[in-house]
Design a protein around this ligand. Structure first.
Ligand code: ADP
Ligand code: S3P
Ligand code: MG
Length: 186
């Protein structure tokens, strides 16, 4: 029964870096017995380069153009669960497009937890300074808070909001999400 939840549509998981999109997306697709795509992994495979290398060679603008192009292709050709990148909701037009092409979910995590989860990561170029080292925590906190607040009005347009970053395991969060999706499509 569960697998019919996503029949004929995509489930797009959005939210800031570190909210659990990739982790939860994979588990959700397993539970729903449908295909899974991590948009970042897909961009990396398609380009034959890591995300940090794409940022280094083409800048953030180059990455955003690729990300947008791939996302539009995915809307046409893919069916299943898609874990977006934290910046995939680039503008209102893309939000509207995703909502027309699937069920948009916002993983909402308290900002301090996001920061704790991602501050040491070296695979997310936005967290690194010009030499490629992790930014000083206070500088990172200030920059990311601004970015989070700028993106929030786009994330919040998702019809389904899942709170993550509490004391629940990813598996428990997925169970809650499945119930929310079920109620949404009923
Ligand atoms: N429910 C959870 N409890 C504890 N840690 C989690 C949970 N969900 C995700 N994480 C951890 O948070 C980090 C970021 O998760 P990830 O799935 O990469 O997020 P995103 O794709 O949104 O950036 C990872 O280290 C992951 O293991
Ligand atoms: O928020 C962002 O702009 C980004 C988030 C990353 O994905 P995650 O949200 O999965 O970390 C990845 O797409 C890239 O590093 C840029
Ligand atoms: Mg991810």
């Amino acid at each position: 029964m569960m697998k019919h939840l996503s029949d004929g549509t995509n489930i797009f998981l959005s939210g800031f870096m570190g909210t659990g999109k990739s982790t939860i997306g994979r588990l959700l697709a397993d539970k729903l017995e449908c295909s899974f795509m991590d948009l970042d992994d897909y961009v990396e495979k398609k380009e034959g380069k890591s995300i940090p290398d794409i940022f280094e060679e083409s800048g953030e603008k180059g990455f955003r153009d690729l990300e947008k192009q791939v996302l539009l292709e995915v809307c046409k050709e893919f069916e299943g669960v898609v874990a977006l990148g934290g910046g995939s909701l680039q503008n209102q037009h893309l939000v509207d497009h995703l909502k027309l092409n699937g069920i948009l979910v916002f993983l909402k995590t308290p900002f301090p937890i996001i920061l704790d989860r991602i501050c040491k990561d070296v695979n997310r170029p936005l967290l690194l300074d010009e030499e490629g080292n992790p930014k000083d925590r206070e500088k990172l906190r200030r920059e990311l808070k601004l970015l989070y607040e700028k993106r929030l009005p786009l994330y919040e347009q998702a019809p389904i909001i899942l709170k993550t970053g509490g004391d629940k395991t990813p598996e428990e969060e997925v169970e809650i999400l499945i119930n929310k999706i079920r109620n949404h499509v009923a």
